[in-house]
Design a protein around this ligand. Sequence first.
Ligand code: SAH
Length: 350
Amino acid sequence: MSTTLYTPDREELAGLLVGEPRYRLDQLWTGLYTQLAAPADISNVPKALRERLSVELPTSLTQVVRKVSDDGDTVKYLWELHDGSRIETVLMLYPDRVTVCVSSQAGCAMACGFCATGQAGFTRQLSVGEIVEQVVVAAREARAMERRLANVVFMGMGEPMANEGAVWSSVERLHGAIGLSARHITISTVGIIPGIRKLTERKLPVNLAVSLHAANDTLRDELVPINTRYPLDDLMQACSEYLAAKGRRLSFEWALIDGVNDRERDAVELARLCRQFRLPAHVNLIPLNPTPGYPTIGSSKAKVAAFHQHLIGLGVNATVRRNRGTDIDAACGQLAAGQPVALRTKPAER
Ligand code: SAH
């Protein structure tokens, strides 16, 4: 694949500017990452160079659809990439902050049955440029609304720790070029232990989120199939090492599925697991969002509240996450890039 606008790092961009005065690099870098401008609009750079760069460094994302939720606080973009694969990005505007949820892969190979992306399967890895561009576009849109994008969550399509290299290079770019704080960047994983270990060695202390959903191996094997390769005890150990190395916040995602993982004993098991590994994790409770290929429904409001209370009672820090963008299929687990997801006939076994 030829390189795209947000692929080269500073040094690589310098390599494309041979024969240009030294300050061009700064002008371009600032134009791209501080002004969030398209090359054509970086007006202090000579027109001929801007034109050359527009050809040599095309952008990666072609907008197919842009949907805004009913209350206008969630924007979902569907992008087409140069090879026709499609990905989604979600921009979320809160009263006190702006967050973008980015994709790290086109599709996903993790096959979690309750997740629309997992149901659709894996297409390919995203490049650094494709990841960074999602953030730039969202930050530009936030700026147009007189808001500042400060938070990035790798919770869109794909498994970031199965594309660790590109994900990490993009984290460095977001931090170094756009100026986002590592504390405001969260990487979510199904629990790929080698990926978590790699993150532990990386310099920037980003937040780690683990999609747990079950606190025993039997149930987790079923809900998050990669658990058969990276079982809970090993996963908790890796999380604990991450925490010890970084002192960053660790969170567990728990999609509440009716009758599957929302009972009192599930709360007790989760509390026991956190205690056993001395993990002061924050649990994010998300009532399961509907997806075409998963028959079981999300827990009722009352069950969500009861589960939340059980956890609190057991001394586990937990919050219920408000669901955003369900009306535009932009909520957790609903990103399928407009692909029809085959309906499963077999209901989830318990
Ligand atoms: N692959 C990574 C990044 C995706 S994050 C990971 O799994 O962590 C998306 C989050 O939404 C994950 O916690 C995922 O388990 C959760 N999720 C998937 N399907 C969901 C659904 N139908 N309802 C609610 N949450 C869901």
